[in-house]
Design a protein around this ligand. Structure first.
Ligand code: OAD
Length: 271
């Protein structure tokens, strides 16, 4: 069983870094699990091939049809006890709290995490931006496009809603694609690393550690002396790293069960 007693009250800042695992219990498939977008994909392509700038340039209609379907899946999902526990954690730690998520599903915002204490480092599927970067602001995907079925092609009416109101070019989903790089403007690259260097507790939840920035965040925080707690039913690169930190642990189980327990323990001590 877990030794929650060994987890001591952090004196400094707390960062929580989440991945697809926290939303798995809300019914959103993980990327690399058997039901994941990676392995299931659309009926024609694997997701890794679709989620690229180069594919979007070749076939914006097909990419938008796929994203509107994924958007509909996220829209139907509800935040679970794991997301809600993090809202509670923020309430206790206030400005000492930061949530960094790789998830584009928007469930942390819908659970109630504050916008200014949330970095969505892979974007948010509810938003779109001009593909030509004309300077138009991010906009929400219009409500009338929020119920697309799997495999349904894009209609001309939908396409008309997916053009930039300022310059008329195609809009694109506000997500980081596989052939693109992290930046500060859209994905808070530098801010994430700066904040990681100044935290005393890093809690990593439901991620396999396959992407670059989360790995850099974990290494930066632990080198600076932070305790690392990893919540994940499976072993992963962060669970090994956690054991090398002071009082660090791998809590092997589901986030919807373990996060409320961990948050209760941390909140009890902060009061
Ligand atoms: P993955 O699908 O790679 O990993 C999901 C992790 O969640 C795995 O380690 C599972 O063991 C764990 N998991 C599953 N169910 C869980 C549960 N109930 N509670 C806790 N953990 C659970 O997803 P990510 O690591 O988030 O990026 O993938 C990272 C990034 O890879 C994605 O954001 C995406 C992709 O490249 C982009 O699209 C840019």
């Amino acid at each position: 069983m877990f030794n929650f007693k060994a987890i001591s009250h952090p004196t400094g800042n707390v960062i929580v870094l989440t991945g697809a695992g926290i939303s798995a219990e809300s019914g959103i498939p993980t990327f690399r699990g058997p039901e994941g977008y990676w392995t299931v994909g659309s009926h024609v392509y694997q997701p890794q091939e679709l989620a690229t700038w180069s594919m979007f340039q070749r076939n914006p209609e097909a990419i938008w049809a796929w994203y509107l379907y994924r958007h509909a899946v996220c829209n139907r999902a509800e935040p679970n006890k794991g997301h809600l526990a993090l809202v509670d954690l923020e309430r206790h730690f206030q400005d000492r709290f930061l949530l960094i998520t790789q998830n584009v599903d928007g469930l942390h915002r819908r659970a109630g995490t504050s916008d200014d204490r949330l970095y969505e480092i892979h974007g948010n599927i509810r938003y779109m931006r001009c593909s030509k970067q004309c300077g138009a602001p991010l906009t929400s995907i219009p409500d009338e496009l929020s119920d697309k079925a799997r495999g349904e092609p894009l209609t001309s009416d939908e396409a008309a809603h997916l053009h930039c109101i300022q310059c008329g070019a195609w809009t694109r989903p506000h997500v980081l694609w596989f052939d693109e790089y992290y930046d500060e403007e859209h994905f808070r690259f530098h801010s994430s690393l700066e904040r990681a260097a100044a935290c005393s507790l890093l809690i990593i939840v439901g991620t396999s550690g396959a992407t670059n920035l989360p790995m850099q965040i974990a290494i930066t925080a632990t080198r600076a002396g932070a305790t690392l707690i990893d919540i994940n039913p499976d072993e992963n690169p962060f669970s090994e790293l956690a054991l090398q930190t002071k009082n660090g642990q791998h809590l092997a189980g589901n986030s919807s069960e373990l996060l409320p327990l961990l948050v209760e323990k941390l909140a009890r001590e902060v009061n």
